[in-house]
Design a protein around this ligand. Structure first.
Ligand code: HEC
Ligand code: HEC
Ligand code: HEC
Ligand code: HEC
Length: 335
């Protein structure tokens, strides 16, 4: 090889290396707003293909008769499902087993010698989860509409949902030479491996910090939002985009991110989703902290919590909008 071909070969190698971080063409683009406003969604068809299996709902069990004695009269310790008929009750137990603990079976929550006792923590958690599922379906229609959720939406056949998060412990600034990382500057999985704050969920999906970048009045005194606040907000936005597998323009018109009038309706749905996730974490997950064993807790001793990804798992609607609740009306409303 002469000098020239070595140069060409090394340039080509450099180009290949640079492009290795990019996704391969061709991409699909779908218009998602008025013509000429740049509201386009870019999808990678090869990534979409891998999502099909994950987003296919399992077949529903045959319906059970609502007649006959109620579960509260048939069994000893039924605190929330008492109004179901015996048939409906056993059908739901079977469905819950398929959705949450298909490998382990009924014994994941029950002592087979005595189904009534509450000795396994999983049973106590499951009872709260039934109440949580009913609350999602009845109190958050602004988000989940009539599609609703079942245990499967989050669990997908796993006792611990694959997409949960914990509040990381504060950085120990005592004896390290790295300095104050301010909770950022290390590639974080929740923010798509960017250098944004690695935990943008505690301030917004647990606490109620303002999600804001733009000022609401003219400069110089108008914008009281700090650069830090902007970074955390972008962290949350990145989490929301990756959780749904969409670009920012799915919810925003980029000529003004803050303007609600210019935003697609999905942004309003997302607004309620933020409030819903916060409510679930504060009113259902956190109160279960003492019930969970230590090996289920995070490094700060907190419980696993719900984010957008817990339900969505990369799809714009969980299970691409398939409603499993229509086959389980007992989970649709709080009686
Ligand atoms: C994911 C946890 C979970 C799984 C798996 C599960 N159950 Fe249950 N089971 C519960 C909860 C929670 C209750 C209490 C419901 C209530 O308080 O309304 C319960 C209650 C019962 C009761 C009533 C016992 C009594 O006398 O009070 C029976 C019977 C029962 N389950 C049968 C089954 C069977 C059979 C299976 C397997 C096909 C099963 N369960 C799988 C969580 C579970
Ligand atoms: C909005 C999402 C969501 C829904 C819906 C949901 N769960 Fe959960 N579930 C969670 C999260 C988050 C955890 C905490 C993970 C862990 O156990 O550390 C959890 C934990 C559990 C556990 C404890 C598992 C373990 O091994 O620690 C059980 C049992 C359970 N859920 C049952 C149910 C049942 C039954 C339903 C439906 C009635 C349900 N869940 C619906 C999110 C959900
Ligand atoms: C799934 C919908 C959705 C996606 C995707 C999304 N956003 Fe947002 N965004 C919202 C909602 C909802 C709010 C308002 C939150 C609130 O006030 O509670 C918001 C707020 C903002 C704000 C604050 C505006 C202000 O008033 O200060 C900015 C900036 C922003 N988003 C940028 C982005 C960027 C950049 C992306 C892509 C990385 C993105 N968003 C992706 C829904 C979304
Ligand atoms: C408890 C499960 C659950 C959680 C958690 C959740 N979602 Fe959803 N989301 C749903 C369901 C179910 C739908 C489908 C509703 C429908 O069919 O209209 C949905 C729909 C949406 C839509 C409308 C999509 C469209 O094309 O119309 C957006 C946007 C959205 N979610 C954003 C979010 C964001 C952002 C978060 C986190 C802050 C979030 N969701 C958390 C269950 C959830």
């Amino acid at each position: 090889m002469n000098m020239r071909s070595i140069q060409i070969a090394s340039t080509l190698l450099l180009v290949v290396l640079l492009l290795a971080g990019c996704e391969r063409f061709p991409m699909d683009s779908v218009q998602h707003g008025y013509r000429g406003t740049g509201m386009v969604q870019v999808y990678n068809p090869r990534i979409l293909e891998t999502k099909d299996a994950l987003n296919t709902a399992p077949a529903a069990l045959p319906a059970a008769s609502p007649d006959g004695p109620k579960a509260k009269d048939l069994y000893k310790n039924v605190q929330v499902l008492g109004d179901l008929s015996g048939g409906e009750f056993v059908r739901l137990m079977t469905a819950m087993t398929n959705w949450v603990s298909p490998q382990e079976g009924c014994v994941y929550c029950h002592n087979p010698a005595n189904f009534a006792e509450d000795t396994k923590y999983t049973k106590v958690v499951a009872r709260k989860m039934i109440q949580m599922t009913r609350s999602i379906n009845s109190d958050y229609k602004q988000h989940v509409a009539e599609t609703g959720v079942t245990c499967y939406t989050c669990h997908r056949g796993n006792p611990v949902p694959t997409q949960v998060w914990f509040t990381p412990p504060a950085q120990n600034k005592g004896a390290d030479f790295i300095g104050d990382l301010a909770g950022q500057n290390t590639p974080g999985a929740l923010v798509n491996l960017s250098s944004l704050p690695t935990d943008p969920l505690t301030p917004y999906l647990l606490e109620d910090k303002p999600i804001r970048v733009n000022g609401t009045a003219a400069l110089p005194s108008g914008n009281r939002q700090s650069i830090k606040q902007a970074e955390w907000t972008y962290g949350l936005m990145t989490h929301m985009s990756t959780s749904l597998g969409v670009n920012c323009t799915y919810c925003h018109n980029t000529r003004s991110f803050s303007s609600w009038e210019n935003s697609p309706p999905q942004r309003v749905t997302a607004y309620y989703g933020i409030r819903m996730a916060r409510d679930l974490n504060n009113n259902y997950m956190t109160p279960l902290t003492e019930i969970f064993p230590d090996n289920r807790k995070g490094a700060s001793g907190d419980v696993a919590k719900v984010s957008c990804a817990t339900c969505h798992q990369g799809a714009f609607k969980p299970l691409y909008g398939y409603s499993m609740v229509k086959d389980h009306p007992e989970l649709a409303a709080t009686p």
